[in-house]
Design a protein around this ligand. Structure first.
Ligand code: FAD
Length: 318
């Protein structure tokens, strides 16, 4: 059966959820072979095997952490040469997209970004993309070389499928460009203790109705009572009330949690583009005609400054 390379997104061997989604989607077009770059391959291997990786090609070198993306592109290029895969899948993160673009140039092949699904076709894998704020579904295929495809987070629920996941060393040599940009320092973002927005099972978002940075604590309190991530509409972000890293929507992040709570958000198409695939949607808005109510499973017509604290109190009392 054809093999599919999957670039592993991990922190010292702790595999991040988007990789499990990639392994699940990869199985629709072939046998996943994980490519683990950096420390922790032995730790990662059991998780990768549980989600269907038949083998784990592992390489560790100081270059992966000490320089920007080019060493990873070198390693993936050599993995492609060694395996001859039917496709290379990379998470649709900022780093993933840069790696994918550079790899496609190296391989002289085609690139598809932000795929939400893959299926096997007679002439190679066919990717599904959601375009123009989900108004269109596009199916496309790379016609030249090994397809390099980035897959959006939350495109599939990770499904376990036991496979060997045996670690095999990947011999990697680095080209001159690998050391072109050195990392001189790293400043981790201050942890909020909340889950990552794109990976959270519950997201509570605030919009213009929150009416100021100083009021966002009502959104945060509800999020904390539920163990949720905090999101924001672009209106709230543009007003400087919440960081852009928390923006949900077309020009922000795409989330697909089990539960999405929108407070003081009207439901513009660009916001919907980032959250409409959430499993259950709840909105709190004081305008009964707000378009967000066309989309919701449960809607509360009311003032968020009354509804959110009551909801938080109720959740905390349970
Ligand atoms: P509004 O549309 O102003 O809605 C505020 C809502 O709050 C209203 O419905 C009001 O009834 C309600 N409200 C007010 N006070 C209260 C209260 N006390 N209690 C309860 N409800 C209250 N937007 C995004 O969100 N994400 C994106 O990624 C994004 N990308 C964009 C890209 C482009 C190219 C463009 C053109 C626009 C983009 N937008 C995006 C902006 C989008 O069009 C909307 O302007 C934005 O989503 C509106 O944010 P909002 O719903 O918070 O504000």
């Amino acid at each position: 059966m054809a093999e599919v390379l999957v670039l592993v997104d991990h922190v010292d061997g702790a595999v991040r959820k988007p990789t499990l989604e990639l392994l699940t989607i990869a199985r629709r077009i072939g046998e996943p072979v994980a490519v683990h770059l950096g420390a922790g391959a032995d730790t990662a291997a059991s998780t990768l095997g549980e989600y269907g990786a038949t083998r784990v090609l592992a390489a560790d070198a100081p270059e992966f952490g000490g320089y920007l993306v080019v060493p990873k592109v070198d390693a993936l290029e050599q993995a492609v040469e060694a395996v001859g895969p039917v496709a290379v899948l990379v998470p649709s993160s900022a780093e993933g997209k840069e790696i994918a673009a550079r790899l496609a140039v190296r391989l002289g092949s085609g690139l598809i970004t932000d795929a939400v699904d893959l299926e096997a076709g007679d002439d190679g894998p066919v990717a599904t993309q959601s375009a123009f704020a989900a108004a269109f579904t596009v199916k496309s295929r790379v016609t030249n070389g090994v397809p390099v495809i980035t897959v959006k987070p939350n495109s599939a629920a990770p499904e376990a499928a036991s496979a060997a996941g045996a670690v095999e060393p990947l011999e990697v040599s680095f080209g001159d460009a690998a050391k072109g940009t050195k990392v001189v320092s790293r400043t981790p973002r201050e942890s909020t203790g909340r889950p990552e927005l794109t990976e959270a099972a519950i997201v509570v978002s605030g919009g213009r109705g929150v009416n100021g940075a100083e009021n966002f604590h009502v959104v945060e309190s509800l999020a904390d009572s539920l163990g949720a991530a905090v999101g924001a509409s672009r209106a709230a972000v543009d007003a400087g009330w919440y960081p852009h890293t928390n923006q949900v929507g077309q020009t922000g992040k795409t989330v697909s949690p089990q539960l999405y709570i929108a407070a003081g958000i009207s439901g513009a198409i660009q916001h919907r583009a980032g959250m409409q695939t959430s499993k259950t949607i709840v909105a709190i808005n004081k305008d009964a005609e707000a378009p967000i109510f066309d989309l919701v499973d449960y809607g509360v017509v009311g003032d968020l400054f009354q509804v959110l604290p009551q909801l938080t109190e109720e959740v905390e009392s349970r």
